[in-house]
Write a protein that binds this ligand. Structure first.
Ligand SMILES: [Zn+2]
Length: 392
């Protein structure tokens, strides 16, 4: 069974194709071309999206939950509901992100998340009419190796000084599915853990940190390659004492992510960030919590109680994650800066996939890869999402 998707534009996202033709066969992309170069093949069902945009599915490397589901507590049976919610917002893959919790509880969570990741990897790619679901691709450990001073809402009693022993314990509990680690590089023992995590191909992200600039530079030498929610939970930038942010914004060996909800970072500073990191190194995250897609009220973020009012999530007066969705983050980028929809899509797809060291087919549209993509209106509203040939 062949299906041809036609639309106004396609972003690979490195290239842009006008009047594209994307052919899906047995859950894979068998062809990407322009209709001016190629007729729709015979015996092919055609799905016409008019002036819409075909784009790679978004990859959210920092998300704690959504649709009422908290990833620290979720049972594997609940994850399909979260996956369906995320796919409706253009996300096709994500890193389940922890918060600092007691180590035993964290290890139990990691085992459950490993089950979900392995089950999602095994699921079939046949289109059985089920809605598309974003898949958990790995685990992001946000904590416990965070700065007390820049902990945000992570409970102080759950913060731990970095040691390879604790990292190993978490790694074993997650059965090797840890793909990303947020760590404050100034903590004693941090450089050794950064080196060890990098050797295991983990994306080591500096954040929740009060580091001075030279410490951040040492972290990069030790293997750090990314930065977590730039500006938030970081020593602020001072023009005579630039600190960690000075390094994050000026070092092209570091990609960096940011929460573009208009609340965590002001639009003008988002624009500065995008100019500093550029179109290849800027990464959008949501930092979304269980309240995403739900009414205002009180929600749980691991061990933390969070109050959600008018789109702002707080706990004890500090920001506690967001209710941002990735499609809104993409639209916000086009509103806050001069970046095009294609640039914004890249920051939500290819850039996070590369930052996190995911295989080449994530965050890109290419012939031969699984049919995983999202369909956006010309202003970035999600019309349809397909994951490994499922969802149309
Ligand atoms: Zn955080």
């Amino acid at each position: 069974m062949k299906t041809a998707f036609i639309a106004g534009r396609l972003y690979t996202p490195v290239e842009e194709i006008q009047n594209p033709l994307l052919v899906v066969e047995d859950g894979r992309i068998s062809e990407i071309s322009s209709r001016s170069a190629r007729e729709v093949p015979a015996n092919t069902a055609v799905v016409d999206f008019g002036d819409a945009v075909l784009a790679p599915g978004f990859v959210d490397i920092h998300i704690h939950g959504g649709a009422g589901i908290d990833l620290m507590r979720a049972q594997p049976s609940e994850l399909p509901r979260l996956g369906t919610f995320l796919a409706a917002h253009g996300v096709t893959g994500y890193f389940a992100t922890t918060v600092a919790a007691p180590l035993d509880a964290t290890c139990t969570t990691l085992g459950r998340l490993a089950d979900a990741i392995e089950a999602a990897a095994d699921s079939s790619s046949t289109n059985n009419g089920d809605p598309a679901q974003a898949r958990p691709l790995g685990i992001h450990l946000e904590g416990p190796f965070l700065s007390h001073k820049r902990r945000g809402v992570h409970p102080p009693e759950n913060l731990v000084l970095p040691t390879v022993e604790v990292f190993e314990r978490l790694w074993q509990a997650a059965r090797g599915h840890v793909r990303m680690l947020t760590i404050a590089p100034e903590l004693p023992g941090a450089m050794e853990v950064i080196g060890e995590a990098a050797r295991r191909k983990v994306c080591v992200s500096i954040g929740h940190s009060d580091a001075e600039m030279p410490v951040a530079q040492d972290a990069v030498k030790a293997g750090a390659n990314h930065a977590t929610h730039t500006f938030n939970a970081m020593r602020p930038l001072d023009h005579r004492n630039p600190g960690i942010i000075g390094e994050v914004l000026s070092n092209d060996r570091l990609s960096a992510d940011i929460i573009v909800d208009g609340i965590h970072v002001s639009p003008a500073v988002v624009k500065l960030f995008l100019r500093a990191k550029g179109r290849e190194l800027a990464v959008l995250i949501t930092d979304g919590i269980s309240a995403t897609g739900m009414p205002d009220g009180r929600y749980q973020l691991g061990p933390i109680e969070v109050d959600v009012k008018d789109g702002t999530c707080t706990s004890g007066g500090s920001l506690a994650g967001s209710v941002l969705t990735m499609d809104r983050a993409v639209r916000n980028v086009t509103k806050f800066s001069e970046w095009s929809l294609r640039d914004a899509v890249r920051a939500a797809s290819l850039n996070p996939a590369r930052a996190a060291g995911l295989a080449a087919h994530h965050g890109m549209l290419a012939k031969g890869d699984a049919a995983t993509f999202t369909v956006l209106s010309p202003v970035g509203e999600v019309l349809k999402t397909v994951v490994r040939g499922r969802g149309f």
